[in-house]
Design a protein around this ligand. Structure first.
Ligand code: NAD
Length: 473
């Protein structure tokens, strides 16, 4: 198995040591990743700093064109990236899996490449002219999680590059390979050092967030790590965008047609086997439709094929790693103890059924739970959904908001006006009506409360990679 290399200053940089990346469907090696050290980080930051001097002076139209070229390059290499992604992440090639993720990365890169940051004239009269300029921040450190490694690396790096910054990417040690290859592909069309990628153990994270040569951190990951990032970045006054964990609530009103909404609810909750930041993680259903909504959801779930992602008919993959499997299993067990299981095989028997290897956790739906139960209060980040029955809409809104997270939420109803009113009262960065988690490159996305701050996507997302300079003349 040929080991992967770091990508620094436009080229492959081998390391002496490597670490094994596991295929979560087989618990066998998917590849060998380079074990980068602090010295490699310093080299990557120095390369990015050198590149920044020239890149910031490149006209915006040329940077836009370069980002479009990156999109085309990703598209050209889509199948290779998808196969690599499935091997290390576990998600299926088909459905809302690897091919879909790579397609999303291309679409995001293309849309973002069309954005622009023109100088704004705030005043131009006999008293003088005032212009507002947007200046790049320098070297951006991108730290990504393991659930959507390619798409999130594109979300971080393309707006950074477009606005004149240079980037050092650090993927999760669970899924470093597809990001290394992505950055290598990007480097083929970008000037040397504009984008770099280092991989290694979690200790690289704090080294990045404290690094004096880095001006901004864009971090996507858990709330717990996000807090550490914030503390560590304070000393060097880094700009921060923190996209953290979510515990999205969905509120189903009594006027819905359960059959009509069931598929939307299913994918809202179980996309990527539930390992999605803005997935539906708590479902509040009015008592009038509770039983019917639950049985429609169960009927859909029962027909979804889980398995090794290379199977062309597989729709859902395993949990990505052993640590996450244990979190899911523990929260599901607590839910089973306090609630009523509508769907969910015994996890050990299920693993045996799946061949005895792989972090396969069965799709599980548990009702008769409430706020205060761990499976409702905590982020499961796996294929398990708690359902909470309610009788008063006010009570559902209160319970939905009674959580430290505030990433996404949804309201399900035929009465769009009422749904909009409820949406307005939900404490979260995005609210969907009759769907959940449908993010788009032209709509800002980010969390409130403990889900972080700052946004990605659209012009507002682009502004996060800049400082303001006001010129008075
Ligand atoms: P994680 O916080 O464990 O790891 C994220 C990244 O941080 C990894 O690259 C890791 O190596 C790095 N890291 C670890 N310790 C660090 C430190 N002290 N300083 C800096 N970096 C450090 O998260 P995860 O388990 O990889 O991802 C799952 C979490 O991410 C879930 O909570 C999920 O909701 C969240 N997430 C949020 C979004 C969003 O847009 N809001 C998107 C995807 C995932």
């Amino acid at each position: 198995m040929e080991p992967f290399c770091l990508i620094i200053d436009g080229g492959r940089v081998p390391t002496q040591e490597h670490f094994e990346v596991l295929n979560p469907a087989k618990e066998e090696p998917a590849g060998l990743a380079p074990l980068g050290q602090k010295k490699h980080l310093d080299d990557a930051v120095a390369a990015a700093k050198r590149a920044f001097g020239k890149w910031r002076e490149v006209p915006e139209a040329d940077r836009q064109a370069a980002c479009m070229e990156v999109a085309s390059k990703i598209e050209e290499n889509a199948e290779e990236l998808a196969q690599l992604l499935t091997a290390e992440q576990g998600k299926p090639l088909n459905g809302l899996g690897s091919r879909w993720e790579i397609g999303g990365a291309v679409a995001w890169a293309q849309y973002t490449a069309s954005l622009s940051l023109p100088v704004k004239v705030l005043q131009d009269n006999e008293q003088g002219r005032i212009e507002l300029h947007r200046k790049p921040l320098g070297v951006v450190g991108s730290i990504t999680p393991w659930n959507f490694p390619v798409m999130i690396a594109v979300w971080h790096s393309i707006p950074a590059i477009l606005s004149g910054n240079t980037v050092v990417c650090k993927p999760s040690p669970f899924t470093p390979l597809s990001t290394l290859r992505l950055v290598e592909i990007m480097s083929e069309v970008l000037p040397q050092g504009v984008v770099n990628c280092i991989t290694g153990k979690d200790t690289l994270g704090p080294a990045i967030t404290a690094h004096e040569g880095i001006g901004k951190i864009i971090f996507t990951g858990s709330c717990a790590t996000g807090k550490k990032v914030m503390v560590n970045a304070a000393e060097t006054m880094k700009r921060l965008t923190l996209e953290l964990g979510g515990n999205d609530a969905g509120i189903v009103l009594p006027d819905v047609d359960p059959k009509e909404i069931a598929e939307g609810l299913f994918w809202g909750a179980f996309i990527n086997s539930g390992q999605t930041c803005a997935a539906l993680k708590r479902l509040y259903v009015h008592e009038d439709v509770h039983d019917e909504v639950c049985s429609e959801l169960v009927a859909i779930a029962e027909n979804m094929k889980m398995g090794e992602g290379t199977g062309e008919d597989v729709i859902l993959g395993p949990v990505q790693n052993a640590k996450q499997y244990d979190i899911v299993a523990d929260l599901a067990a607590s839910g089973k103890a306090g609630g009523r299981v509508l769907l969910g095989e015994d996890p050990e028997k299920y693993r045996d059924k799946m061949g005895g290897k792989g972090y396969f956790y069965p799709l599980t739906i548990i009702t008769d739970l409430d706020n205060g139960d761990r499976l409702v209060d905590e982020e499961q980040f796996g294929p398990v959904l708690p359902v909470i029955r309610y009788s008063q809409v006010e009570e559902a809104i209160e319970k939905a908001n009674d959580n430290p997270s505030g990433l996404g939420g949804s309201v399900w109803s035929r009465d769009i006006a009422q749904a909009r009113e409820i949406a307005n009262r939900m404490e979260c960065g995005s609210v969907w009506i009759n769907k959940h988690g449908m993010i788009q490159p032209n709509a800002p996305f980010g969390g409130v409360k403990s889900s972080g701050f700052g946004v990605e996507f659209g012009e507002e997302g682009l502004l996060e990679y800049t400082d303001i300079q006001v010129v008075f003349s």
